[in-house]
Design a protein. Structure first.
Length: 265
């Protein structure tokens, strides 16, 4: 086994029972599959057993890429890319709506990868489901409800475009090298929220970045940064400026973003 690189956040999933449990969360047969960070190919081999139509592998580590290239060189359904997923145009790669994306995501960039997948230019996107593994603490932020300590930007942005279909925790003992924390697998499905009319999700990112910049403080100063006539806006939207960011449901943030886009159009 190749020595894992700490700089790339490499923790290889080695528990075969967990690998099979992950595979069972979705129907892979005849689907196009993308695997982000296949590493040593443990999950890749199980995906292949389910007879996908195509399998795209995106691996940043050159050594691991070369190893995978050698191991699967006679497999015609696999296309391998030696690339950083944060710089790689996944949306351009995907052509059909039946694609499923898998990823045992490095802890240090997992949220960046998720946001990248949420920010596809065309929505609904050209993937059917996401099957992604996160540090347990990050998964809790994604799943959080308002008025809880975990609730924040990631909750609001994710729930705008994705619905969680399945989840389960994975012990740190299932990895090599063993990380310090447990992981959680989340299965997402893209959604269209017809009650929300946000034209550019980058604006939602901006709103939530400013609003959650001081989670424990009242939102009045954040509103002042966003709107010149912030008192009027708060009245129009029926928002109490003495509230704290965690006290506003995600739908409130969507309404704030809609209002922001309307006056800045």
């Amino acid at each position: 086994m190749l020595r894992p690189k700490k700089s790339l956040g490499q923790n290889f999933l080695i528990d075969q029972n967990i690998i099979k449990k992950i595979i069972k969360t979705v129907n892979i047969s005849n689907k196009n599959i993308v695997e982000i960070g296949p590493g040593t190919g443990n999950l890749t081999k199980e995906i292949l057993k389910q007879s996908p139509n195509k399998l795209f592998l995106i691996e940043k580590d050159k050594q691991l890429h070369n190893k995978l290239e050698e191991e699967f060189k006679f497999n015609k359904i696999i296309k391998l890319f030696n690339a950083d997923v944060l710089e790689f145009d996944i949306e351009k790669l995907l052509k059909k709506k039946d694609t499923i994306i898998f990823g045992n995501l490095p802890y240090n960039i997992s949220t960046q990868i998720l946001v990248k997948l949420i920010k596809f230019k065309v929505w609904p996107p050209s993937y059917q489901k996401l099957v992604l593994m996160f540090q347990k603490e990050v998964a809790e932020k994604i799943l959080a409800s308002f008025n809880t300590p975990e609730y924040g930007r990631l909750t609001v942005i994710t729930k705008r475009n994705l619905k969680v279909l399945n989840k389960f925790n994975i012990s740190k003992n299932c990895f090599y090298p063993k990380p310090k924390v447990d992981s959680t697998l989340l299965v997402f499905q893209p959604i269209i929220n017809n009650k929300v009319n946000i034209k550019d999700i980058n604006n939602l990112e901006k709103i939530t970045r400013i609003m959650f910049s001081n989670k424990r403080k009242m939102i009045n100063k954040s509103f002042m940064k966003l709107f010149n006539d912030y008192i009027k806006v708060s009245k129009d939207l029926k928002i109490n400026l003495n509230s704290r960011p965690s006290e506003l449901e995600e739908n409130i943030y969507y309404k704030i973003t809609e209002y922001f886009e309307k006056i800045n159009n």
